[in-house]
Design a protein around this ligand. Structure first.
Ligand code: ADP
Ligand code: MG
Length: 345
């Protein structure tokens, strides 16, 4: 996990908006050839060859995160990563991000430094340039909005709508861990509130907590697919839970699908903690959000190219629309998939 510094506190109003922006963005790079001009003017200047993909996401304190267990550095990192995930889900290379923040006077300069340490780290890790944003005050709490840009592959951006009947449904990594990580953190937070001397032992939960606090976007998979010479027919990232994303692919590709319960990749720690919490692991893998894995379809002919790769699991196949989207359980029951995705409302 990322380290956090001990806070001393400088009020934001002592600094003023321009000095704050300057202070927070001084280590921003404009390293990519496509970034002609980054921070500092009225707008950044970007020059992409081919199609540009662009996406934006908002993160609201109390809705999308709780600073009780989300350190600011992690928040900054995650805010960038979840946006990059959307860019990779188009099969694109992420290149630039813009970050807008609204903060109340409850936050100090040092707190903002923590947030930006995470933002800069994510940019460095993924090789993207921070090219702008906006900084303003809020009446209450902190709100963030990140916009990410990228370059689509020459063959074109990969849409949710491109799947064909009989295509294989493939997922990366494993599912459900980020959601269980949140459950673990929420439980520890409750215990801590009741007893501030409580020292949480998160050792049995490291993977889950890391998946929640420091998610990664699957940039590696875009490179892997290129190396394997596999072009997905459709793709989406898993932010709201497998079920809901599968339904998006089905709806936008006008198809049905069969998803096999026994094929859904689960981490052993996730399975163990589901048992501890007495919850059904399949249900949580289907509905727990924030995995930021990629879900995509490939032609059956491409199966040979991906079958040996431990990062990729075939979990089902696309069917005719009249078949709708179904889960085939371990007991061979066929049940309709429901969108139980994580909802902000
Ligand atoms: P303007 O008044 O034209 O909106 P600003 O003073 O808001 O200009 O911004 C000056 C420069 O700093 C711009 O390049 C803007 O994109 C950048 N910037 C402002 N806030 C942020 C931020 N929170 N993160 C990154 N860049 C920022
Ligand atoms: Mg501005």
């Amino acid at each position: 996990m990322l380290e956090e510094k001990k806070p001393t506190k400088t009020a934001l109003e002592d600094l003023g908006e321009f000095a704050l922006i300057e202070h927070l963005t001084k280590s921003a790079t404009a390293a990519l050839p496509s970034t002609l001009h980054g921070i500092g003017d009225d707008a950044a200047v970007i020059k992409h060859e081919g199609e540009t993909v662009v996406s934006t996401d908002m993160l609201i304190e109390g809705v999308h995160f709780d600073l009780g267990y989300m350190p600011l550095k992690h928040l900054g990192y995650k805010a960038v990563v979840v946006n990059l995930s959307d860019i990779y889900a188009m099969g694109a290379q992420a290149t630039q991000v813009l970050v807008s923040i609204a903060v109340s006077n409850r936050f100090s300069l040092e707190a903002m430094e923590e947030l930006y340490a995470g933002i800069h780290l994510a940019c460095k890790t993924y090789g993207v340039d921070l090219v702008g944003g906006d900084t303003t005050s809020s009446k209450q709490g902190i709100q963030l909005s990140v916009t990410a840009m990228g370059i689509a592959p020459k063959t074109g951006a990969i849409m949710r709508s491109g799947a064909n009947e009989k295509d294989l449904l493939v997922v990366t990594g494993d599912l459900g861990a980020a959601y269980m990580g949140l459950q673990v953190l929420a439980r520890e937070n409750e215990v801590f509130k009741a007893n501030p001397n409580h020292k949480p032992d998160l050792d049995p939960y490291t993977y889950l907590v890391e998946r929640q606090l420091k998610p990664e976007a699957r940039k590696d998979i875009i490179a892997l697919l290129e190396a394997l010479e596999v072009i997905p027919t459709s793709m989406i990232d898993i932010s709201d839970g497998l079920s809901s994303e599968v339904l998006h692919l089905c709806k936008q590709s006008e198809l049905g699908c069969r998803l096999y319960e026994e094929k859904i990749p689960l981490d052993p720690q996730f399975i163990a903690v589901c048992e501890e919490f007495n919850v059904d692991s399949t249900t949580l893998a289907l509905s727990g959000g924030e995995d930021y894995e990629l879900l995509f379809t490939i032609k059956q002919d491409d199966f040979e190219k991906i079958k040996a790769n431990p990062n990729l699991t075939v979990i089902g196949h696309m069917t005719d629309k009249s078949d709708s989207a179904n889960l085939v359980t371990r007991g061979n029951e066929v049940i309709p998939l429901k969108a139980q995705g994580w909802k902000a409302f």
